[in-house]
Design a protein around this ligand. Structure first.
Ligand code: A3P
Length: 277
């Protein structure tokens, strides 16, 4: 294949261009969005933007215009699908309309995970960030941040609000058809990634390439990792963190809190997940 040489010594294949994404992973944060993106990138007909671009959710970026966005995309051949992921899209009210305006037939992917586990994962990430800045001492315990003094769930806590999936998804369904949004089971992506990825290959109209040969369970990591002819690679240590131990009573209350919300989601999407009832 012919190579083109660009400024700063960058090379690219002849016949490739930067394309606006035809497929966007819109969220949800801490549900496995990175694993999804890097696993999809194993497919020869997919090119992914490695960084979260935050084009549609940050006004400053959006104001830069579509050409700015396109230039953030990787080079791809005309028969490849460009995929971008920015999990903040899912919860930002302006985003569905903005994506529709760019491409009304865009393919969207959303990944859900047990909402209680997602809150804990979100908390664990913020706690780690605080630790890195030496500020974890004053950071509240999970039980204190998630519960109000009267024993109710603190719905002001952003991590809880993000996990009320139906409230966010409703806005997307005001703009897009449900069949334009492929829903990934994030808990299953952890235990059986090949079958979840296979469904996405179908959704994108691509052949089935990603198999147990590319993805293998790594006992040390405790998650699936990637393999090609020359190397094996797992996601970095910020993915698959150890979660803090949570008081059983608080855990149960949180799970109960989500039950009616989960039911609304299941009704909305015509599908159930195996989450605590
Ligand atoms: P935890 O770190 O809490 O376990 P996101 O990429 O959206 O931030 O999601 C992070 C979550 O992806 C991790 O949360 C982890 O459980 C999940 N995940 C799914 N598959 C994974 C994999 N193969 N390797 C690492 N993490 C994975």
């Amino acid at each position: 294949m012919d190579l083109l040489f660009e400024s700063k010594g960058r090379i690219r294949f002849k016949g490739t261009k930067r394309h606006l994404p035809q497929c966007i992973i819109i969220g949800v944060r801490k549900c496995g969005t990175r694993a999804l993106l890097v696993f999809l990138n194993l497919h020869s007909h997919i090119q992914v933007a490695q960084e979260e671009v935050h084009f549609f959710d940050k006004d400053d970026n959006y104001d830069m215009g579509l050409e700015w966005y396109r230039k953030k995309m990787p080079y791809s051949f005309p028969n490849q699908v460009t995929v971008e992921k920015s999990p903040a899209y899912f919860i930002t009210p302006e985003v569905p309309g903005r994506i529709y305006h760019m491409n009304s037939s865009a393919k969207l992917i959303v990944i859900f995970r047990d909402p209680t586990t997602r809150v804990i994962s979100d908390y664990a990430q913020i706690l780690d960030n605080k630790k890195a800045k030496g500020k974890a001492e004053d950071w509240p315990k999970f039980e204190d941040i998630v519960m109000n003094d009267d024993g109710s769930i603190n719905t002001e806590y952003k991590a809880v609000r993000i996990s009320i999936y139906h409230r966010h998804l409703r806005r997307w369904l005001e703009v897009f058809d449900l069949n334009q949004i492929h829903i990934v089971d994030g808990d299953k992506l952890i235990t059986d990634p090949v079958s979840e990825i296979s469904k996405i290959e179908t959704f994108l109209g691509l052949d089935h390439q990603i198999s147990e040969e590319n993805l293998f369970f790594d006992r040390r990591k405790g998650f699936y990792c990637m393999r090609n002819k020359t190397e094996e690679k797992c996601l970095n240590e910020t993915k698959g963190r150890k979660h803090p131990d949570i008081d059983d009573g608080v855990l149960k209350k949180l799970q109960n809190f989500f039950v009616p919300h989960n039911r609304k989601l299941f009704k909305m999407i015509g599908r159930k997940f195996d989450w605590p009832e």
